[in-house]
Design a protein around this ligand. Structure first.
Ligand code: TYM
Length: 327
């Protein structure tokens, strides 16, 4: 049976890349599939240093944000990763089936482990194993993610194949689902992805940014020295990023957006895109602010989510135990 699973790190308020690359499709997949799980992956977050009080607040802000974006706790299981013990055990079992080199080449390790490629934590090294455990613990079949997660998903597919080969057919091979805006670029460097950890605040648009902040960030967005609006991701990554954001927030196609913007220079065009983003985010922003003040409700949603996730994980983990020879 089809099952959708995805995860997001508790970085507090998500950014426009998270929203257009993943969360929006998470919302629409609730209509198409009857079994859908979304995890706030706090175990992944602590693979790099975190302030505990901050982490706790960020988990709740992420829960509020996902609900505000349209994740419906009656249709999806929204939960906090660390609350399931099966997760840890599953991760150990899968790790035992993978070779070092399979983690070594993964993007997260290559990017975050320091210039010597050995300064990261052991948890950071096994980060993609934990991600495989997330996905496989529910025998998930479809995983909606942005482009930066495709490599991790490929590792999850390999992990499923290796486990099936070693212990007998157990896991379906999970498929990635990519949205049209699978990679939203940084507003300051259109060759890099938009990211929460970008040291330049104006490179990243957060879902709770005020209209003024959004205008400022788009006004300062890096484009190039041609004033026309065209779509050419290779040759003109900055303007093309504007066009794909514009298309995504208005629901228009890239062609429609470009033809509608004929005659505008990029400086004016950036303001038009900012305006469209402000329109799109206004209701989300208001709903995040409202939900943030209702911590009791958020805790209740996560608690019910954990219970439901546990119901699904328990029989799978029992099967794994049996296959591995633990029962
Ligand atoms: P995370 O928390 O970095 O991002 C959450 C989702 O947002 C997408 N995303 C983007 N999409 C387009 N453009 C961008 N600039 C952009 N930035 C982020 C990501 O691709 C992701 O879909 N390791 C994962 C979390 C995870 C997970 C999982 C995902 C843990 N377990 C199991 C899927 C299945 C991560 O750090 O995502």
């Amino acid at each position: 049976t089809a099952r959708v699973f995805s995860g997001i790190q508790p970085t507090g308020i998500p950014h426009l890349g998270n929203y257009l690359g993943a969360i929006e499709s998470w919302v629409s997949l609730q209509e198409e599939y009857s079994s859908v799980l979304y995890s706030i992956v706090d175990l992944h977050s602590i693979t790099v240093p975190q302030n505990p009080a901050e982490l706790q607040k960020n988990i709740m802000d992420m829960a509020a944000s996902l609900l505000a974006c349209g994740i419906d706790p009656n249709r999806s299981i929204l939960f906090q990763q660390s609350q399931l013990d099966e997760e840890h055990k599953m991760s150990m079992i899968l790790a035992a089936n993978l070779a070092m080199f399979q983690c070594q080449h993964c993007y997260t390790w290559q990017m975050k482990s320091g210039s010597l490629k050995n300064e990261g934590s052991v948890g950071l090294f096994t980060y993609p194993v934990l991600q495989s455990a997330d996905i496989l613990l529910y025998k998930s079949t479809h995983v909606p993610v942005g482009e930066d997660q495709v490599q991790h998903l490929e590792l999850a597919q390999d992990t499923a194949r290796i486990f099936n080969r070693n212990y007998g057919d157990c896991f379906p091979i999970p498929k990635a689902i990519l949205s049209c805006t699978k990679k939203v670029k940084s507003l300051r460097d259109p060759t890099a992805k938009m990211s929460k950890s970008d040291p330049q605040i104006i490179a990243t648009v957060n879902l709770t940014d005020s209209p003024d902040e959004i205008v400022l960030k788009f006004r300062k967005a890096v484009t190039d020295f041609t004033s026309e609006v065209t779509y050419d991701p290779e040759g003109r990554p900055g303007v093309s990023n504007m066009v794909s954001i514009h298309a995504a927030v208005t629901g228009m196609s890239v062609e429609e957006v470009v033809s509608q913007s004929m005659g505008l220079d990029t400086a004016h065009y950036k303001l038009a895109v900012a305006e469209a983003v402000i329109q799109k985010l206004a209701p989300v922003r208001a709903e995040i602010e409202r939900l943030r003040t209702d911590q009791g409700y958020l805790k209740d949603v996560l608690k019910r989510g954990t219970e439901k996730a546990k119901e699904l994980a328990t029989p799978v983990y029992q099967e794994i135990r049996r296959l591995v020879g633990f029962s």
